[in-house]
Design a protein around this ligand. Structure first.
Ligand SMILES: Nc1ncnc2c1ncn2[C@@H]1O[C@H](COP(=O)(O)OP(=O)(O)OP(=O)(O)O)[C@@H](O)[C@H]1O
Ligand SMILES: [Mg+2]
Length: 404
């Protein structure tokens, strides 16, 4: 076993090691790699089986960076009040030496996160506080399997080390935090941009819809009414009331069809399941051999959600059914309304057709609008090949107005 330090002032060998540590730290930019380099050097003067730095991470929490053995300490954040080094982290003491931590009540108190001490038999332990500009930032901890290995000299050496390492690790930690914050900001930004993009695509779709309604009214209804007016005004020919009435009836029918395409009136009047069932029946009537089924296992809860959200769910379901009808070559389309495990309402459109190709290039307006609408109502859209296509829309469990 290596000889432990005997004196309070570092000797030439120890100073050499400190210089080498400084050189390592000057080149390292990550906390873990810096710690590995330091631990290798420290082993020459303070032999150890476990070496870690525990840094405060917001009020009441700490995180560890370990070398040698990886334990739960570095796997997740720990509350300072259950950390074996809580007395240092809470400022009660500035250092600690344990002859045998496995039997030391300061480390193994009720509720303490001391499993690694027992699992890896970390008997000898020496701990010092790490400070930057007078502020406590964490602890430096060195442990060995052998009992009673560390003494005052080891403590003093560890203190020198703690003083040397504290500013470096504080800076590395700040850099790590800044990088994480920057990544989170970039993610939020790209999500917002995606949503803005989606909203603008949807606005474009609304504009196209408005133009389509204008064109339908212009080309069909307006043209019919103009022709009728001409006939009524024509004094040279007798008025054929029957012909005029049947033309007017047709006009009203066309107008109703145009309106119905724009506003899902079935949805408003009779509810979601009914409107979808109507749509399914219409689809089945258009394709020979196509059968359809609908099950509402959520007890009409979908009719209690915010009407805007419900309309979006209706549009998504409608497009999934249209796609199944046009592209799947299916003989059956099933729509199920139920609740997901999360508690959120779920609508599933499943066909037994040829299955969908999931290549992104195949996505046209239909699928893109489905995705955009889903994102705008914060729902999750899954499109899977399950021996046919299965489109599942899952609403968040706390969707506005939803019955629990
Ligand atoms: N249920 C399905 N089964 C098989 N293929 C499908 C299914 N749904 C979609 N697809 C495929 O995905 C493609 C993209 O669908 P999408 O709805 O985006 O476009 P579209 O239906 O062709 O046109 P539109 O923009 O008018 O909806 C379809 O062209 C089709 O090849
Ligand atoms: Mg489509």
């Amino acid at each position: 076993m290596a000889t432990l330090a005997q004196t309070s002032t570092p000797d030439a060998h120890q100073r050499d090691i400190f210089l080498r540590i400084s050189a390592h730290l000057a080149h390292e930019t990550g906390i873990q790699s810096a710690l590995n380099a330091v631990a290798r050097e420290v082993a020459e003067v303070l032999p150890h089986t476990h070496f870690d730095i525990c840094l405060l991470d917001g009020p009441g929490w700490c995180v560890s960076y370990e070398v040698g053995i990886t334990t739960r300490w570095s796997r997740r954040r720990t509350r300072t009040e259950v950390s074996p080094v809580r007395d240092i982290l809470t400022g009660k003491v500035s250092n600690m030496i344990c002859t045998n931590a496995m039997e030391d009540p300061r480390q193994t108190f009720e509720g303490a996160r001391s499993e690694p001490i027992f699992n890896h038999r970390l008997r000898s332990r020496v701990h010092v506080s790490m400070r930057v500009m007078g502020q406590l930032i964490g602890t430096l901890n060195i442990s060995h399997n052998e009992e009673g290995l560390f003494d005052d000299a080891s403590l003093q050496l560890t203190e020198h080390l703690g003083d040397l390492l504290a500013p470096y690790f504080h800076a590395l930690r700040l850099i790590e935090k800044a990088q994480r914050d920057a990544m989170e900001r970039a993610e939020v930004q790209s999500r917002e941009e995606g949503l803005r993009h989606g909203a603008s695509r949807l606005a474009q779709a609304f504009e196209q819809e408005r133009q389509r309604i204008g064109m339908d009214l212009h080309d069909q209804t307006l043209a019919d009414l103009t022709r009728l007016l001409r006939e009524v005004k024509d004094e040279s020919a007798p008025l054929d009331r029957y012909a005029i009435a049947s033309n007017l009836t047709r006009c009203i029918g066309d107008l109703r069809a145009t309106i119905e395409e724009a506003v899902p009136s079935q949805l408003e009047l009779f509810g979601f399941a009914h409107a979808i069932s109507e749509h399914l029946e219409k689809s089945a009537a258009r394709v020979e051999g196509l059968t359809v089924s609908l099950r509402d296992e959520a007890d009409e809860a979908i009719d209690e959600i915010d009407p805007m959200v419900r309309t979006a769910v209706f549009r998504i379901t409608q497009e999934a059914i249209n796609n199944a009808m046009h592209h799947a070559n299916a003989t059956h389309i099933d729509v199920t309304i139920d609740r997901a495990r999360s508690g959120g309402l779920r609508v599933r459109v499943r066909d037994n057709g040829r299955g969908i190709s999931l290549a992104p290039t195949d996505r046209k307006s239909g699928l893109l609008h489905m995705e955009t609408r889903a994102r705008l109502i914060l729902a999750r859209l899954d499109i899977e090949n399950l021996g046919g296509t299965c489109v599942t829309l899952t609403l968040p469990h706390d969707v506005k107005g939803a019955r629990p």
